[in-house]
Design a protein. Structure first.
Lengths: 153, 153
């Protein structure tokens, strides 16, 4: 009983603290879902971009930082899918309605991206620069492959 | 040589595709750093909030989803720190200047949050609901403990 009370208090405090109100369907409004996936993609872009800068020699290659970036991208790759709720092609988004009419293909491409990101995180633990570059390119292709079809220019 | 060329092409394509331009110092502008940490906190809030909803009985407890949420929060907990670059208390942010004047304490609190989030992810793999609730509360306290001191109301 006491524990439950403390938990309720914390939950209340949490509600006040946390920016995103979460409902049973996870997103209160379509815009929240859009914001969620865009936040995830933004974080992915930042981490992926930094890896690209290292591979292009725009900044020194730091194996530890690169591996951390790759881990971040692998973890983050799992997040955007949740944000593609039905009807969220309307609003401040580059997502095309095609995502929902071809949902199976979209989901498959998302899954390939997640797999490639996971492989990149594994490759980044090795000293094999060629394997790392290849895994990086494969991940980048997964991004581009999906954007070409399902994202506004 | 050929590989390098392909890599450059991909990197170029990546630059066009990805929203966040990444420089040697990781963020081009202070606002990018603010946006980065806010994106991470927003994703954390969403995942943490959903766990809270399950623990409060606002939605059915789903051990698999809960564990996924806890994993997400553990991974995401490592991201915001990078966004707290010097000078980024100016702008559209709730971050107080105190973060940078008391940086060691702030960093320690961030580290405690990361530890608690990691422990929550471990607890979420178990069937021990009390341990899960305790780990959830500890994580929530880490949020609140830092917000109380370093975040505008």
């Amino acid at each position: 009983m006491k524990k439950q009370f403390k938990l309720s208090l914390l939950a209340l405090a949490g509600s006040a603290l946390l920016a995103t109100a979460v409902q049973a369907n996870n997103f209160k409004e379509s815009d929240d879902a859009i914001h969620y996936r865009q936040s995830a993609f933004g974080l992915i872009a930042h981490n992926f971009g930094d890896m690209g800068a290292m591979l292009k020699g725009k900044k020194p290659f730091d194996a530890e930082v690169f591996a951390m970036r790759a881990q971040n991208v692998a973890a983050l790759s799992k997040l955007p899918a949740e944000g593609f709720v039905a009807g969220s092609d309307k609003g401040d988004t580059g997502a095309l309605a095609k995502i929902w009419s071809d949902k199976a293909d979209f989901d498959a491409k998302m899954s390939t991206f997640q797999d490639n990101a996971a492989k990149l995180a594994v490759a980044a633990q090795s000293d094999d620069k060629n394997a790392i570059k290849q895994a990086f390119m494969n991940t980048g292709k997964s991004c581009k492959g999906c954007h070409d079809i399902y994202k506004k220019d």
